[in-house]
Design a protein around this ligand. Structure first.
Ligand code: URA
Length: 434
C-alpha cells in the first residue's frame, strides 16, 4: 500500500477502506510515515470529509495505537464524561461526585489546561497534596471502592492522537468533524467506560461557532460511540460566555463546592443535572430524567455528593478537609473590583478573552511546561442579561500583586459588551442528542 495513493483517493473524494486507514494510523504512530504526507491526508480529510464508517475505522485504529484500560474488574456501570472545552468549565468537579454518590462508577482520564482553557487536573491540584500520578492498580481500586478515580493522560494511551493532534494544531486541520470525533472518541473508548456523556460546547469561544455545526459534531460523536457498542449521549451547551462565575483554578473549586453544598443554583447546577440525569438513565439507575434529577438533588441535600468529593480527594492523597474549610484552598493576596461607570445591560462577555485574562494573571499555561498560580483568577459578578448600575462591580479580579490586578481589570472591562437596551439570555442547554 502506498501513502501517495491513499492521499490521492481522499483528495478525489473517495471513501477510504479500513486497511487504508489502519495503514496510515499505524504507520504514522510508528514514525514510518512522514509529517508532510500525514498533513496532506489530514487536509484532504478536512476538505472531503469522511462518512460514519470511515470515522469509526479511524477512531478504532487510533484507539488501538496504544494501551487501553481494562475496567472489567470494576463492579457496576462505569461512566465517563468529556467536554469539548471551555472557559470556567468546572463541571467534572461537581458532576463526578454527584453521580458517584448515586452509584455510577467514574473512571476518568483528564487533562491540564493549555492556553485560554482550563483543565480538571490543575483545578483538582488546588487541594493540597492531590495527585493524579496513581498506579493503574490504585486507579482501579479507587473506582471500585470510592466510585471515582481521575488520572492524567499517559504516553501509552492513544499515542496516535498525541502525534496527530500536534500536527493538526500547526497545519490548520483542527476544525474537521471526523478528525475531532476520532480524536475524542479514541481516548474515551481506550478509557473503557460503558456510558459516555459528552458536553459539546457551542459559541464564540469554541470550535463549533454555530448550532448547526455543534449538532453535526454531537451526532457524529454519538454515532461513533453507539457503533463502538457504548451508550453515548451528547448535550449541546452555550459557551458564548464563561460557564458559571469563577474562572481560575482554586476559585472554580470553590464554586464547585458551593454547588455541591446546595448554596448555589444557576447554569452550572443545571448542566450537572442534565449530564448527570443522562448518566443515571443510561446506566439504568433511574427510570427517567425526572427521577434521575430527584436523586441527584437528594444527594446534594443530604450531603452525600459533597462527602463523595472529600472521599475522592482523600483517596488521591489530597487534603479533603479543604472541602469543608475553603480557607485551606490557595487564595490570591489582592482582590480588585472592576467598576463600571454607566447604567446598562450586559449583552456579551467574550469567553476567550476572559480565559486569556486569567492566563495573563498567571492562572494558565502558555506552554505545556509552564508553572501556574492556582490562586489567581476572576469571579464574574455580572453575566449576560444582567442589569448594571453606574458604580457597580462587574467582576472581582484575584491577583498576586496590584500591578497585575490593574492590568487584568482593564482587560476584563474590555471583555464586556454593555448596551442601554435590555437583552435576553440565550438558552443555556441547546439540545440533547442521543
Ligand atoms: N478535543 C480533542 O481531544 N480533540 C480534538 O480534536 C478536539 C477537541
Amino acid at each position: 500500500m502506498l501513502m501517495t495513493d491513499i492521499i490521492g483517493r481522499k483528495r478525489d473524494g473517495h471513501k477510504l477502506s479500513r486497511e487504508e486507514i489502519s495503514f496510515f494510523v499505524e504507520g504514522y504512530a510508528k514514525g514510518e510515515i512522514p509529517d508532510y504526507q500525514a498533513s496532506a491526508l489530514l487536509m484532504a480529510i478536512l476538505l472531503r470529509g469522511m462518512d460514519s464508517e470511515e470515522t469509526l475505522q479511524l477512531t478504532m485504529a487510533m484507539m488501538h495505537s496504544g494501551e487501553t484500560i481494562d475496567l472489567s474488574s470494576v463492579s457496576g456501570v462505569k461512566a465517563d464524561k468529556h467536554s469539548t472545552g471551555g472557559v470556567g468549565d468546572k463541571t467534572s468537579l461537581v458532576l463526578c461526585p454527584m453521580v458517584a454518590a448515586q452509584g455510577v462508577k467514574i473512571a476518568k482520564i483528564s487533562g491540564r489546561g493549555l492556553g485560554h482553557t482550563g483543565g480538571t487536573i490543575d483545578k483538582l491540584e488546588s487541594f493540597p497534596g492531590f495527585t493524579t500520578g496513581i498506579s493503574e492498580e490504585t486507579f482501579l481500586q479507587n473506582v471500585n471502592e470510592v466510585g471515582i478515580a481521575i488520572a492524567g493522560q499517559t504516553a501509552d494511551l492513544v499515542p496516535a492522537d498525541k502525534k496527530l493532534y500536534a500536527l493538526r494544531d500547526v497545519t490548520g486541520t483542527v476544525p474537521s468533524i471526523p478528525l475531532i470525533v476520532s480524536s475524542i472518541m479514541s481516548k474515551k473508548l481506550a478509557a473503557g467506560a460503558d456510558v459516555i456523556v459528552l458536553d459539546v460546547k457551542q459559541g464564540s469561544g469554541t470550535f463549533m461557532k454555530s448550532f448547526e455545526q455543534a449538532k453535526e459534531l454531537a451526532e457524529a460523536l454519538t454515532m461513533v460511540g453507539r457503533l463502538a457498542g457504548k451508550k453515548t449521549v451528547a448535550v449541546i451547551t452555550d459557551m458564548d460566555e464563561p460557564l458559571g462565575n469563577a474562572v481560575g483554578n482554586a476559585l472554580e473549586v470553590r464554586e464547585a463546592i458551593e454547588v455541591l453544598k446546595g448554596e448555589k443554583q444557576g447554569e452550572l447546577l443545571e448542566l450537572c443535572l442534565t449530564l448527570g440525569a443522562c448518566m443515571l438513565t443510561e446506566a439504568g439507575l433511574a427510570a427517567d430524567d425526572g427521577e434521575a434529577r430527584e436523586k441527584l438533588m437528594a444527594g446534594i441535600a443530604d450531603g452525600s455528593a459533597l462527602k463523595k468529593l472529600a472521599e475522592f480527594v482523600s483517596a488521591q492523597e489530597g487534603d479533603s478537609s479543604a472541602v469543608y474549610d475553603l480557607s485551606k484552598l490557595p487564595k490570591a493576596p489582592v482582590p480588585y473590583e472592576v467598576i463600571y461607570n454607566n447604567n446598562g445591560y450586559v449583552n456579551r462577555i467574550s469567553a476567550d478573552e476572559v480565559g486569556l485574562t486569567v492566563l495573563q494573571l498567571g492562572g494558565g499555561r502558555v506552554t505545556k511546561e509552564s508553572s501556574i498560580d492556582l490562586s489567581v483568577g476572576v469571579v464574574l459578578k455580572k453575566k449576560v442579561g444582567d442589569e448594571v448600575r453606574a458604580g457597580e462591580s462587574l467582576a472581582t479580579v484575584h491577583a498576586s500583586c496590584e500591578e497585575k490586578a490593574g492590568e487584568a481589570a482593564e482587560r476584563l472591562l474590555a471583555c464586556y459588551s454593555i448596551s442601554p437596551e435590555s437583552c435576553e439570555k440565550p438558552p443555556f442547554i441547546k439540545a440533547i442528542v442521543r
